[in-house]
Design a binder for this molecule. Structure first.
Ligand code: SF4
Ligand code: SF4
Length: 98
């Protein structure tokens, strides 16, 4: 499942740079995770990098976003495919099928 940032976030910025999927960005008041891009770091690392650095431990798993390891790996591969297409100069925007 994707992770979610709770309102305990103190906007320290530490997690944003750690995310290998560019899933974290500043929201209206606190940082947010795009569940379409969060793979729990599957494909990149053995553990969620955002949770590793968060000083207030405010990044739990989102129970409303249950995903199997295979689904997380599929998401990782989709993101890798998009990154590859962009690196090749394609400017097409990714289309969500969900
Ligand atoms: S678990 Fe990994 S992929 Fe998901 S938001 Fe945190 S750093 Fe990014
Ligand atoms: S590391 Fe934790 S406290 Fe800092 S911005 Fe990210 S979620 Fe918020």
């Amino acid at each position: 499942m994707a992770l979610i940032i709770t309102d305990e976030c103190i906007n320290c910025d530490l997690c944003e740079a750690e995310c290998p999927n560019d899933a974290i960005s500043m929201g209206e008041e606190i940082y947010e995770i795009d569940p379409q891009r969060c793979t729990e770091c599957v494909g990149h690392f053995d553990e969620p990098q955002c949770r590793r650095v968060c000083p207030v431990d405010c990044i739990p798993r989102d129970p409303s976003r249950v995903e199997t390891p295979q689904q997380l790996m599929d998401k990782y591969r989709r993101l890798q495919g998009e990154a590859l297409a962009q690196a090749r100069g394609g400017s097409e925007r990714s289309r969500s099928c969900e």
